[in-house]
Design a protein around this ligand. Structure first.
Ligand code: ADP
Ligand code: MG
Length: 402
């Protein structure tokens, strides 16, 4: 087993695409790290550079203290599991799992022992004589994992290994992969675009955007203390609601007044590039008191454009058990029952598509005005624009970048 280190790693593809931009990351021995981010953010490229399948443009990659920049993949002592499993169709499951070991010249008794062992762990002993075409998607996935396990590598690399499975199987297989890691404790780098998968699997999750690490932190810290608006919007489902507005000082109390952003969707890819002076204050937006624990931080922003972030689960039609709450008036547009919860799609007078996740209940009427409590202990404020640094932290958090 081994630690994996990336130091200022850059990948520029021929043609100039900067796929990975100065990525530095320390992955501890036995750690399960998940790289997560939207499609095209550089996750696969990062993984392939660790595997040696992609040359690095600049920087240093170490596996267990050894610089591997120029080392061919077969010498790196890592095993990669791909999204499409990449099984040999003409070989049985046994041969698929044994093949890599055979190539390495391992004795056949040892190969047999390892394959049997892995098959038992993965519960595929009864499939060893089958060919891949006679397997379900979930079974193929296990064989692919089995092929990685038998190598007993220093690290596992997974690239979206669950994305070809249906939703239910994805959840159960996810739990199995987690158990597998608890058992084998092999250092793992796992790539997914699915924030829920990342949250549930990772000891640490590394949120990437445009080839750049935005935050590397535990799942809970990432959820509770997102470093910027991108992370805040990417982690958590339904996504955090964002409201443009200004900070005002009224009788010594700091308040947030919702303003109107003329066209927040204008810039491509949803990146909000709106300059501060684009914001208008028509006067019919909601206001709320800025909670005392954030007053120090936001005192310097009086008169300035900020972005308020409220997670759907921190708004409710019933009061929270705190004195630190606010009420905002909204109109209820759509209700989505989810069983024990329901999502309320509401609009303020200045914007729509605001989501509140509340306890399931009867008695709410569509198109009617309702009041939503906001748990002020849980709100965030961000700088406008991209990446929208989180202003709610007292200092640049130690967990922002590992
Ligand atoms: N072989 C390649 N040649 C040129 N550009 C590439 C190549 N592979 C990936 N890219 C580009 O690099 C960026 C990152 O891709 P990738 O690492 O596959 O992202 P992700 O896995 O996060 O979806 C994308 O813009 C992608 O189009
Ligand atoms: Mg990818």
């Amino acid at each position: 087993m081994a630690q994996v280190d990336l130091e200022l790693v850059i990948k520029i593809f021929p043609g100039g695409v900067r796929a990975v931009d100065e990525v530095s990351l320390h992955i501890a021995d036995q750690e399960f790290v998940v790289l997560v981010g939207p499609s095209g953010c550089g996750k696969t490229t990062t993984l392939r550079m660790i595997a040696g399948l992609e040359e690095i443009t600049a920087g240093t990659i170490r596996i267990g203290n050894q610089v591997v920049n120029r080392m061919p993949p077969k010498d790196r002592d890592i095993a990669m599991v791909f999204q499409n499993y990449a099984l040999y169709p003409h070989m049985t499951v046994y041969k698929n799992m044994a093949f890599g070991l055979k190539l390495r010249g391992m004795r056949s008794e040892e190969i047999q022992a390892r394959v049997k062992d892995a098959a038992r762990i993965l519960d595929i002993e009864h499939l060893l004589d089958r060919k891949p075409r006679a397997l379900s998607g979930g079974q193929k996935q296990r064989v692919a994992v089995g092929r990685a396990i038998v190598r007993e590598p220093a690290a596992f690399l997974f690239d979206e290994p669950l994305s070809n499975l249906d939703a239910k199987l994805r959840v159960t297989t996810r739990a199995e992969l987690k158990r597998l890691h608890q058992r084998l404790k092999t250092t793992t780098v796992y790539v997914t675009h699915d924030q829920e998968e990342a949250m549930t699997l990772g000891d640490r999750i590394v949120v990437m955007k445009d080839g750049v690490i935005q935050q590397a932190d535990t799942p809970l810290a990432t959820y509770n203390f997102p470093a910027n608006r991108f992370v805040a919007g990417f982690i958590g489902m339904p996504p955090m609601n964002f409201f443009d507005g200004v900070v005002k000082s009224v009788d010594g109390q700091l308040i947030f007044e919702e303003g109107a952003n003329p066209d927040p969707q204008r810039s491509p890819g949803g990146a909000r590039q709106t300059p501060a002076n684009d914001l208008t204050l028509p006067g019919n937006g909601f206001t709320l008191s800025i909670p005392s624990h954030l007053a120090d931080r936001l005192g310097g922003y009086v008169g300035k454009h900020v972005v308020l972030g409220i997670r759907p689960e921190h708004m409710d039609v019933r009061p929270f058990e705190t004195t630190q709450s606010a009420l905002i008036d909204v109109k209820l547009n759509v209700m989505e029952p989810l069983g024990n919860n329901m999502d309320l799609y509401v609009s303020t007078s200045l914007r729509d598509q605001v989501v509140a996740r509340v306890e399931a209940q009867d008695g709410l009427r569509i198109d009617a005005p309702i009041r939503l409590y906001v748990d002020l202990r849980k709100v965030h404020f961000f700088a406008p624009g991209d990446p929208g640094m989180n202003l709610s932290h007292t200092s640049e958090p130690a967990h922002a970048i590992a």
